[in-house]
Write a protein of this length. Structure first.
Length: 135
């Protein structure tokens, strides 16, 4: 089975098309279909794997289970409050190192991930009137 066949099989499970995956992960239109004839970058492959909830190894080789049980289904160790696990730290490092356009892509992927539980909206700072600013 080819890379695109595995991606297509998983995409069908989560109800997505190549076009929607490309759009929601910031990939160029038609790029996934090209992966059978040219190798994708690790960054692009990671975006698709995270989006579909599968391991990169499974996409590349077809070996093992498609869902990355180590990341997505095994219980996470209990960490002290406000402590990040390795995956969270990696995501933050990548986000901080990215330019603005890439940061928007990262956020778009994170916010559109299948099965994502919406977080509470952050409180908006109160706006001050012009009179308050003259103090």
């Amino acid at each position: 089975m080819l890379i695109t066949e595995r991606i297509k099989a998983r995409a069908e499970v989560v109800g997505k098309s190549f076009a929607s995956i490309e759009r929601e992960t910031g990939l160029a239109n038609g790029s996934i279909r090209k992966w059978d004839t040219s190798s994708p970058s690790a960054e692009k492959l990671l975006k698709v794997a995270l989006y579909l909830g599968v391991s990169i190894d499974w996409i590349l080789t077809g070996e093992g289970e498609p869902v990355d049980n180590k990341i997505f289904t095994s219980p996470q160790p209990q960490l002290p409050e406000n402590t990040l696990d390795k995956i969270e730290s990696l995501i933050i490092e990548e986000y901080r190192a990215a330019d603005r356009a890439k940061q928007k892509d990262i956020l778009r992927v994170a916010l559109s991930a299948p099965g994502r539980q919406p977080a509470a909206e952050p409180a908006q700072p109160e706006s001050r009137s012009k009179e308050d600013n003259r103090e």
